[in-house]
Design a binder for this molecule. Structure first.
Ligand code: SAH
Length: 344
């Protein structure tokens, strides 16, 4: 059996095997990895690509993650928050365009108390009962996650960022901890959320051992969604001078994730599309099956700046959707009007 067939069948990988796949320049092996991953995705999800309308509703954050452009310490960031009416307007536009999942993402902004967020979530669920609501607002208490779930939130995205304690310390200030991040993820899972986790590829100081630990942690968590994208520097952060992550390495990891987690919902992320102009298409051809186009009002898009040169910040939601739809059709896939739940 080939290495790729073995990984696919066993749904496990060893550290030396990971090292081989990340370092090889054997194009035959790499093409087998890509094609097997895509075949795996096709068997479960066909040529349907799920879309999530991303609403970046606040760039105000109490945290100071060293990699992130909207960190509290970045005094140059121009801050904004959207109110309920603006968010509802985004979902209205999105629903008309065919989105059946809305992802509300933001910094850890204390303005959005449980009461405020629950009100927004339940209004969206009431207006669009056929749609899923995903939150991505960082670490909160278990009680808070429970209230948000009771208000109708279906899914939660919280990347673990890195599963190695010492590496976590290099990316975050002492006020944050990997153990708390993990606690949050397990609490979310217990509360019945469809949970998404993930990590940046090529974050500063990342080694293959760190990536291996990330894969093992994901195997323990078994999330419904796994989002990865290359680290991209932001000029007003402590990591301004750090090299960007490799889009090629990210693609290999997407393919590998598809083999290890056959039914996972795996997005071809905006960061991947920023690192490589064809990144999102390549992501799909490596086994990704989700895209998350931006539904935020164009006036604030540039301000939700996690990293430099983010794509699609000048477009209207409808333009973005049409452009992406054309690009995906060109590679033989199609955007579908569907909540896009995990087919486990
Ligand atoms: N506050 C929320 C949302 C964070 S933004 C939370 O804590 O989950 C979503 C993701 O963007 C982060 O989890 C991180 O993995 C990614 N990200 C942040 N800065 C980045 C950068 N400079 N390059 C690439 N990805 C980045």
């Amino acid at each position: 059996m080939t290495l790729i067939a073995e990984i696919r069948q066993s749904r496990t990988i060893s550290l030396p095997q990971l090292q081989t796949l990340l370092e090889t320049s054997n194009t035959t092996l790499l093409e087998e990895l890509r094609l097997t991953a895509r075949q795996q995705a096709d068997e479960i999800y066909g040529h349907a690509i799920y879309v999530r309308g991303l609403i970046e509703f606040s760039n105000i954050c109490r945290n100071n993650c060293y990699y992130c452009g909207i960190r509290a310490g970045n005094s140059k960031a121009v801050r904004y928050r959207l109110d309920k009416e603006q968010i509802m307007q985004c979902t209205h536009t999105g629903h008309r365009l065919g989105f059946r999942t809305f992802v509300l993402q933001g910094g850890e902004d204390p303005h959005y108390t449980d009461e405020v967020l629950c009100n927004i979530v339940s209004s969206i669920k009431h207006a669009y009962p056929d749609s899923a609501v995903t939150l991505s607002v960082g670490e909160r208490s278990r009680e808070s996650y429970q209230r948000l779930r009771e208000a109708g939130t279906d899914r939660y995205l919280l990347r673990h960022e890195t599963a190695t304690e010492s590496h976590y310390r290099m990316l975050h200030p002492d006020s944050m901890s990997l153990s708390h991040r993990k606690e949050c993820l397990f609490a979310l899972r217990e509360l019945g959320y469809q949970v998404g986790s993930g990590f940046m590829v090529g974050s500063p100081f990342q080694t293959i051992e760190h990536l291996y630990a990330d894969l093992l942690f994901l195997q323990e968590l078994q999330p419904a969604m796994i989002g990865i994208g290359p680290f991209l520097h932001h000029h007003d952060t402590p990591f301004a001078d750090q090299p960007d992550g490799s889009s090629e390495r990210c693609l290999r990891l997407i393919a590998l994730l598809r083999l290890l987690f056959p039914t996972a919902l795996i997005p071809a992320t905006t960061a991947l599309g920023t690192a490589d102009p064809m990144g999102r298409e390549k992501g799909i051809l490596h086994g990704a099956n989700v895209l998350m186009p931006n539904l935020s009002p164009s006036a604030v898009r540039k301000q939700y700046s996690l990293y430099d040169n983010k794509i699609c910040t000048g477009d209207e939601a409808a333009e973005c959707h049409a452009c992406l739809s054309r690009r995906i059709n060109r590679i033989g896939y199609r955007l579908v009007i569907d909540r896009g739940d995990n087919k486990a």
